[in-house]
Design a protein around this ligand. Structure first.
Ligand SMILES: [Zn+2]
Length: 74
């Protein structure tokens, strides 16, 4: 069984579609009795790398926002 995202047109492996959500666009998926897409693994890796980049950027933003606040308080 796979999880199909009609938005990305990808059949994901169940472990890739956490909570039934598409790892690529975050949208909902529907269960299919079909094999996973050939590029599901590759797309999933890319989506995870992208999520990690976004997370790192969020930390970076928080860090500078806090520094800015400290400077104003001083
Ligand atoms: Zn999707």
């Amino acid at each position: 069984m796979t999880y199909y995202c009609s938005n990305c047109v990808v059949n994901w492996w169940p472990y890739q579609a956490t909570g039934g959500c598409c790892p690529l666009c975050g949208g909902g998926t529907s269960r299919r009795q079909e094999p996973a897409s050939d590029d599901a693994d590759e797309l999933h890796r890319a989506a995870r790398a992208e999520a990690e980049r976004r997370e790192n950027y969020a930390h970076f933003e928080t860090y500078y926002a806090e520094r800015e606040q400290d400077r104003r308080a001083a």
